[in-house]
Design a protein around this ligand. Structure first.
Ligand code: FMN
Length: 167
């Protein structure tokens, strides 16, 4: 078997449609945030979530150091926020409207959902770190559609009508 090419497996993994999050934290008064779609729910009782961060990311040290983080699940009209937080260059916070949550992290109140978390565990795996957090507070906005990411494209969710009963 030949070695697996990271860029090829990345394409295959892109077939798994996800939502899009912007995950924020504050360390030493400094704001940090990145776009991430590696977010998933782990446990409901207690409520535990995870995301994976590449250890080479500029914001990695902040997420390694922090005790809390906030996950903003973007809505379908927040693509520009995803683009803004998916780059290392420039000031991500310039001319941006946001509010601070009780943890001091940035949250976007119009997001499809927001989870305010206490970091509980970090697990190194390959070139990434798995970051697990317990949800302390959350909110959801059922009136908006979540933003979807699939095969390197932003999409909107479309419901498939139920199949007609047989016979
Ligand atoms: C849709 C999308 C999903 C992403 N998901 C992740 C992710 O789960 N983990 C990660 O480390 N980077 C992810 N990235 C890349 C980071 O957002 C990007 O490298 C960003 O520049 C990181 O911020 P930083 O450079 O300030 O650390 C994603 C990018 C996009 C566009």
């Amino acid at each position: 078997m030949s070695a697996i090419d990271p860029s090829e497996i990345r394409k295959a993994l892109g077939s798994f449609a996800t939502g899009v999050t912007v995950i924020t934290t504050r360390v030493g008064g400094q704001l940090h945030g990145l776009t991430a779609n590696s977010f998933t729910s782990v446990s409901l009782a207690p409520p535990v979530l995870l995301f994976c961060i590449d250890r080479s990311r500029k914001s990695f040290a902040a997420f390694a150091d922090t005790e809390t983080f906030t996950i903003n699940v973007l809505n379908s009209s927040q693509r520009s926020l995803s683009d803004r937080f998916a780059t290392s260059s420039g000031d991500k916070w310039r001319e941006l409207r946001y509010v601070e949550d009780d943890l001091g992290n940035v949250m976007f109140p119009d997001a499809a959902a927001v989870f305010n978390c206490a970091k509980r565990q970090m697990i190194e795996s390959g070139d990434h770190m798995i970051v697990l957090g317990e949800v302390l507070q959350f909110q959801q906005n059922a009136a908006v559609d979540p933003l979807v990411y699939c095969r390197s494209q932003y999409c909107v969710p479309a419901a498939i009508p139920p199949a007609a009963p047989p016979g």
